[in-house]
Design a protein around this ligand. Structure first.
Ligand code: ATP
Length: 309
């Protein structure tokens, strides 16, 4: 059974704006899913709906098999949320802030657990400081500590490393990896592809309230690892000679050729292609390469969505 199951979730805000337009998504236990999308895509709305902070207008969202609307308490108890905005009580002490979060879930006090969480996030030395005395990065750590205090099975991180330094980013990635080892399911939204690349098992792309793609990181990275080689010919051709079939070439508008290859493969095949072009009587005038990036994939997907609309 999936840990998080979303079926045709829609959300219209007052005034009629549709922030989620039929989202279907299934997230397995222990998986790390990175959700990428431009500003206003619906990431925060989706996370808020899964956490029961906002209600979907229609559709079904289940966490651990519990309906987040009908079974709110059971679903919510499984979920930890690290929000995008810092919403801490400035005069409260670090340790009591984290303890309080655990208490909100009606759980027994557990000093050893709170100590472990604070140490893991390098906050133990600051445990008796008040929140207002902390730097921005440390406040972010407190947000994570709060979210972990009731031992959630699903952790949501909404832009966890926006505006934080490299060290904190790496610390957070370590914490996430440790939680994954404990079987916790993690969903994070991010603008940084490096972040998705560093920690995610799968990457989802959302735009205009719709999921455009959910794919294993490895295969997405492979697509991103592809480059295209544009070959300009001295004499443009009308058709590609059949002797070159194995290269799956595309004829460019200018009568040249486009070859796609994998930069991570052992051999790109370019050397052999050049020899075979010459063999086929084609003379190369110029070549240029272009790298496929997530942005290209993303822009391509968005363009497809626009065309389909
Ligand atoms: N309470 C609200 N009332 C009306 N519209 C809202 C509300 N909250 C969000 N929206 C709209 O819903 C859309 C999705 O917003 P959301 O915050 O989910 O996007 P996001 O993907 O998290 O963006 P960002 O990357 O900027 O955080 C936006 O167009 C936003 O203006």
């Amino acid at each position: 059974m999936a840990m998080v199951q979303i079926t045709d979730a829609r959300k219209s805000y007052e005034g009629g704006f549709e922030a989620l337009r039929g989202v279907n998504l299934s997230i397995e236990q222990g998986e790390i899913l990175a959700l990428l999308g431009p500003n206003g895509a619906g990431k925060t709305t989706l996370i808020s709906a899964i956490c029961g902070i906002t209600q979907p207008t229609s559709g079904l969202i289940q966490v651990g098999g519990h309906d987040v609307v009908r079974d709110y308490r059971k679903a919510r108890a499984l979920v930890g949320l690290v929000p995008q905005e810092i919403n801490l009580e400035p005069f409260a002490k670090v340790r009591s802030t984290v303890e309080f979060s655990r208490g909100l879930f009606g759980l027994k006090r557990d000093d050893a657990l709170i100590e472990r969480i604070l140490r893991q996030l390098s906050l133990w030395d600051k445990r008796d400081n008040s929140v207002r005395e902390l730097s921005g990065g440390m406040k972010r750590r407190v947000l994570i500590a709060k979210a972990l205090a009731h031992e959630p099975r699903v952790l949501f991180l909404d832009e966890p490393t926006a505006g934080v330094d490299v060290e904190l980013r790496r610390d957070m990635w370590d914490v996430v990896a440790e939680m994954k080892r404990d079987g916790v399911t993690i969903i994070l939204t991010t603008h940084y592809i490096e972040e998705a690349e560093a920690i995610a098992d799968r990457v989802g792309v959302i735009n205009k309230g719709q999921i455009l793609l959910v794919e294993e990181k490895a295969s997405l990275m492979q697509r991103m690892g592809q480059k295209t080689l544009r070959i300009e010919l001295t004499d443009p051709i009308d058709a590609i000679p059949s002797s070159l079939n194995e290269y799956a070439l595309i004829r460019a508008e200018d009568g040249g050729l486009i070859y796609t290859y994998d930069t991570r493969a052992e051999r790109t095949g370019i050397g052999r292609l050049m020899a075979d072009l010459s063999e086929a009587g084609l003379h190369v005038r110029d070549v240029s390469t272009a790298q496929n990036s997530l942005e290209d994939i993303f822009v391509g997907l968005v363009a497809q969505q626009e065309d389909a609309a």
